[in-house]
Design a protein around this ligand. Structure first.
Ligand code: COA
Length: 204
């Protein structure tokens, strides 16, 4: 099955104002080649959070459906050009878009890129509601994001799935929110695609 994950970062969040110069954080998050590239990056903050978002996006894609996967950021290795991210033998395509202070990473398996959007939270809107609003604006009214209970997971719930009128849709979705921004990425028709189009799938 194809997979998708996304992550959005608000570069203006005061909580990360100086994190990019915190060497202990960088060493915990980045693999050695990433640290070398970071050292010479023209915009170190942008580079670090692009890498971070890519790793979070890949984690969401890879952890889905399998046994619990501890999140070790350094084990997710992002290619220099930010076009792919690997974890063990799994390699995902990657797209990192930057719009002002909004960094959005989408990681996916298979050829066709996912549908993806970012947007600003509205006044009094919760982050989760903003991500769901963006998704609904693309998939149409009447959809609902469901997250079944999953004891042992980090927040007690499993990854998001999409339903319409109580019936599951053939869509894999990822949601994210940070600071002023929310986002989603969605692969539509994941069950319909032949396994051969998925480079991450292994032969039986
Ligand atoms: C899952 C994780 C990557 C989410 O990232 P985050 O930066 O905290 O939050 P984001 O805003 O980017 O994403 C939140 C969304 O991710 C989605 N999500 C939650 N768990 C998910 C999972 N396992 N897979 C995919 N998506 C998931 C949810 O839709 C959530 O939004 P919602 O609360 O509005 O429904 C992060 O919390 C994490 O690191 N988890 C792993 C913890 C870990 O390793 N624990 C060790 C024990 S195994």
């Amino acid at each position: 099955m194809r997979r998708v994950g996304d992550d959005v970062v608000d570069l203006d969040d005061p909580a990360i104002a100086t994190t990019h110069v915190n060497e202990r954080f960088v060493a915990r998050v980045c693999a050695e080649p990433e640290r070398e590239a970071l050292a010479s990056a023209p915009d170190r903050k942008l580079r670090l959070w692009s890498l971070f978002a890519a790793k979070e996006a890949a984690y969401k894609a890879i952890a889905r459906g399998g046994p619990p996967l501890p999140f070790a950021h350094r084990r997710f290795v992002v290619a220099d050009g930010l076009t792919s991210v690997g974890h063990g033998e799994v390699e995902l395509s990657l797209c990192v878009t930057i719009d002002g202070a909004c960094v959005h990473a989408v990681a996916w398996s298979g050829r066709a890129p996912p549908l993806a959007r970012t947007g600003l939270l509205r006044s009094l809107e919760t982050p989760g509601a903003a991500a769901r609003r963006l998704l609904t604006s693309c998939l149409g009214d009447g959809i609902e994001v469901v997250r079944p209970p999953s004891p042992g997971s980090w927040d007690g719930y499993g990854p998001p799935a999409v339903e319409r009128d109580g019936a599951p849709l053939d869509v894999m979705v990822s949601l994210s929110h940070d600071g002023r921004f929310a986002s989603f990425a969605a692969l539509i028709g994941i069950m319909a695609l032949p396994a051969a189009s998925d480079p991450s799938s292994k032969p039986p």
